[in-house]
Design a protein. Structure first.
Length: 237
């Protein structure tokens, strides 16, 4: 079977999820009313939770406000439908796997969902507030007016949340690579120092403050997740 045929089958397998994603997007965008939708209420909530005191959101044109609401609706719909998306992906892969591989894949559905949401919540309640708290005093120090465009705010918040959610799946990836024989269990134990260096570098890239505070906040749980993945992978000897 060609790649194009496989791709068509894959699209058909996730078509239900696409419809569900669009349905939830319209729901968040329109309910209970377009000018006071769940998306707008959520934006107001994250503004209260994450935006430092004295910093205001701005829009440069009316289209920006509309696109911001649409963007939030899509992102919320994606997060809410993620478990179903993972289920569809697994259902697509299962026919090509052996029975023991099928069981292993199914068992990762709940841990993967849990770790992803844990990463998103970690970013929302710890990493993003710390990042804003550290960065905005620099604007005040140079007597600049602290504004934040709505779209940049949404992109940064959800971007960091999604990246953290994916990074928190580290133990799942480690166990998968070990289970399928791609990487030996001893590899994780022997190379933990290099892994820590990668975590520090990557954390420094996605947390832009120069103090190292937010870098440490992100690198610490990643290190813990790495050793957790190492312990689980070691049982696959």
């Amino acid at each position: 079977m060609s790649f194009l045929q496989e791709f068509k089958i894959f699209i058909k397998s996730i078509l239900t999820w696409i419809y569900l994603l669009l349905g939830f997007s319209f729901f968040f965008f329109l309910f209970p009313q377009p000018l006071n939708s769940l998306a707008i209420q959520f934006l107001s909530r994250i503004q209260q939770d994450l935006l430092p005191s004295g910093v205001q959101l701005i829009v440069t044109n009316p289209l920006s406000a509309f696109l911001a609401q649409l963007q939030i609706s899509l992102l919320l719909a994606f997060i809410f439908t993620l478990p179903f998306f993972l289920y569809k992906i697994m259902k697509f892969l299962l026919p090509a796997l052996y029975p023991n591989e099928k069981k292993a894949l199914i068992r990762t559905l709940f841990p993967s969902t849990f770790l992803f949401f844990a990463g998103c919540l970690f970013a929302y309640f710890l990493l993003i507030p710390a990042t804003f708290t550290v960065l905005y005093p620099y604007a005040i120090a140079i007597e600049a007016v602290p504004f934040f465009s709505v779209q940049e705010f949404i992109t940064l918040v959800f971007g960091i949340m999604l990246v953290c959610g994916i990074m928190f799946l580290l133990p799942v990836f480690m166990v998968f690579l070990t289970f399928f024989g791609i990487i030996k269990p001893d590899f994780w134990k022997k190379n933990w120092r290099y892994a820590l260096l990668i975590f520090v570098i990557f954390s420094a890239i996605i947390t832009p403050d120069g103090t190292g505070i937010t870098m440490g906040i992100l690198a610490a749980p990643l290190t813990g997740l790495y050793f957790l993945g190492n312990l689980i992978a070691a049982r696959k000897r």
